[in-house]
Design a protein. Structure first.
Length: 116
């Protein structure tokens, strides 16, 4: 029985490596009014850093959900809004990041529909 094809993100990771996976997606799909959201437990995930750098070049609004002290992303100011979970316990950081992400996502949809 043939296996189903890999999702696009996995195919891209296979072709260009995981450091470029989100950067390549942003280059291909971002539009001027988009919001780029990066999620990194450490604040230093290379693939997120690279995508946020590109988002900055494109003048997109950038939001980052970060753990610990916000890491490189916060230090370099790569996010217009850096939401930092100041905790050293990874499961707690990721629980809070997931909750915050869903609140942001729902509110962005509400804003989009209000403008339509």
């Amino acid at each position: 029985m043939p296996r189903p094809p890999l999702p696009p993100a996995w195919r891209a990771a296979n072709d260009v490596g995981t450091d470029l996976i989100f950067l390549r997606q942003l280059i291909a799909q971002a539009r001027p009014d988009d919001v780029a959201i990066g999620i990194s437990t450490s604040g230093g995930s290379r693939n997120i850093v690279m995508a946020l750098e590109e988002a900055r070049k494109r003048k997109l609004l950038t939001v980052a959900l970060l753990g610990y002290d916000g890491g490189e992303i916060r230090r370099r100011g790569l996010a217009d809004f850096a939401l930092v979970v100041p905790c050293g316990y990874i499961p707690r950081i990721q629980e809070i990041q997931a909750s915050v992400y869903h609140v942001i996502r729902v509110n962005l949809e509400l804003i989009r529909h209000a403008r339509a």
